[in-house]
Design a protein around this ligand. Structure first.
Ligand code: SAM
Length: 219
């Protein structure tokens, strides 16, 4: 089981941490900069593209909570943030991560609050940010509907191919509200084709530093 798997804390090029899973030879984020990647792929290419008073966000792969934390800090409107994770991190791993200090020193406890929030219930973290962490397998669990923004942040297709299949993109398409957006750091042609087959319009856009392209899909 992955929760028993050894994960190593590493520094990325922008000074923020990531986790490395030796058994998979895979990082949780880009080694060129974890915060930089998350901001580019999920905040700039996703969150900032939508202007609504209420946003429903669904993240595949909660992991370190970095995307959730940046969204919470950005906080452009009232947000209901759903996130699915099969292998939650242990508290001793979470407390080593430096995102709280780097991103929002004055209120870094909010980062820990994302992790200590109970699973499978909706928690009001601030009066504008509601968190619902689903502990389960995104391939088989029930996903929320009417989602405005999907953050697809699974491990890379060559490391965890079972996360990138036609069924999951069909399922995500059904959950996405008309006009909704799905973003991912991945730019693979096979992934693009699955998203298109699901019904999304898909564009390749500039990726974060160190990566030429990424995908953004719109319903
Ligand atoms: C690339 S990491 C990114 C996580 C996170 N967004 C972050 O910024 O740290 C992928 C995450 O997907 C999780 N995961 C792996 N298999 C999963 C599954 N079947 N269902 C849901 N999450 C899964 C992993 O445990 C890991 O936390």
């Amino acid at each position: 089981m992955m929760e028993q798997i050894h994960r190593e804390l590493q520094l990325t090029a922008d000074g923020s941490h990531t986790l490395f899973v030796p058994e998979m030879d895979e990082h949780y984020h880009s080694v060129n900069g974890a915060i930089q990647e998350s901001r580019h792929v999920f905040i700039e290419a996703g969150l900032k593209q939508l202007s609504k008073e209420n946003l429903r966000i669904l993240e595949i792969g909660f992991g370190t909570g970095l995307n959730a934390f940046l969204t919470l800090i950005e906080n452009p409107c009232r947000i209901e943030y759903y996130t699915v994770e099969l292998f939650p991190l242990a508290p001793n791993v979470i407390k080593e991560l430096n995102y709280g200090q780097i991103i929002f020193e004055e209120n870094k406890d909010l980062f820990l609050a994302l992790h200590t929030a109970p699973w499978n219930v909706t928690v009001e973290l601030t009066d504008r940010f509601y968190l619902h962490k689903i502990q389960g397998d995104s391939n088989s669990c029930t996903l929320p509907v009417d989602i405005d923004l999907v953050f697809f942040d699974a491990f890379a297709p060559d490391k965890q191919p079972e996360m990138w299949n036609q069924e999951i993109f069909d399922k995500l398409y059904r959950c996405t509200a008309p006009g909704g957006i799905l973003t991912t750091y991945c730019a693979k042609g096979s992934v693009r084709r699955m998203m298109k087959k699901a019904g999304y319009s898909v564009e390749r856009i500039a990726g974060p530093p160190g990566k030429r392209e990424m995908l953004r899909a719109i319903k």
